[in-house]
Design a protein around this ligand. Sequence first.
Ligand SMILES: NC(=O)c1ccc[n+]([C@@H]2O[C@H](COP(=O)([O-])OP(=O)(O)OC[C@H]3O[C@@H](n4cnc5c(N)ncnc54)[C@H](OP(=O)(O)O)[C@@H]3O)[C@@H](O)[C@H]2O)c1
Length: 287
Amino acid sequence: MSQLNTARASREINGVRVPCFIYGTAWKEEATQGLVENALKLGFTGIDTANQRKHYFELGVGHGLQKIYQQEKISREQLFLQSKFTYQRGQDDRLPYDPSASLTEQVLQSFQSSLEHLGTDYLDAYLLHGPSQREGLSEDDLEVWTAMEGLYRDGHIKLLGVSNFSARQLEGLTLHTDIRPRIVQNRCFASMGWDREVRAACQHHDIIYQGFSLLTANHAILGHPQFQAIVSRTGLTAAQVIFQACQRMGMLTLTGTTQSDHMNQDLHCDKVALTDEEVNAIENMFI
Ligand SMILES: NC(=O)c1ccc[n+]([C@@H]2O[C@H](COP(=O)([O-])OP(=O)(O)OC[C@H]3O[C@@H](n4cnc5c(N)ncnc54)[C@H](OP(=O)(O)O)[C@@H]3O)[C@@H](O)[C@H]2O)c1
């Protein structure tokens, strides 16, 4: 069995309870509020967003949360809320900060605006949406991280993290910063051993690995005979098999489904257990 093929993702880190499935809110525009309400009603307890209006409607997430607090017996403390700081190059002209301000100031402005959007005074996790350059880390990345560390030290954030990072960039950040990342959120390709290198670095540094595009980046797996045999044996949907296998590899999974039946399926992706051999086969299917 592969070394990474361990139990489901760790649920508690740094004293913070982290759900093993998070509902992602990208690309939902005006439907964001309703979909967040629906996801929380159906049982999701974690929400991922970003203060990046180009792809996310963070204020819509906040409206969904307020509705849920009023209508359901769910309080802020029961939820895991995660947002991100995005550099200007990843934004359109609807910026959550003054682009002429220093990066430190941009982080503070973006974070404050996230708190206002989400109607909260703290975030469970706050991520740097992506490094400023393809290879290595820049002075800009270190300045942004230092500003995020300040917010963490002041108690406004429980866990710091990064997204779209390579294993090398992650190692660099853990070496050069005081407060190391506890979350990495990456696009996850089966063809790269489901981001094996980054997951190994995460395991080494006790970092939670969050995988996205688990379905959309891995269509090829659906036609694999061994994968099809696993789907037939378990009676699970292909999506459920992928999500469960990823969780059993140690990942926290993200879904942004817009369908209630898919939300339910995703939340119950482990209703029939895969064998260790099946998880191992899926993990190594394309490498
Ligand atoms: N950090 C980053 O740079 C970054 C980038 C991309 C995404 N993300 C985060 O990750 C979240 C998820 O994004 P994603 O890229 O993984 O894609 P996604 O938005 O989850 O889309 C997944 C696709 O799979 C379908 N699907 C979901 N559950 C299914 C099921 N049980 N059966 C069949 N089809 C199913 C969905 O269709 P239906 O809607 O019809 O179910 C949708 O077409 C985003 O919302 C965002 O929060 C982060």
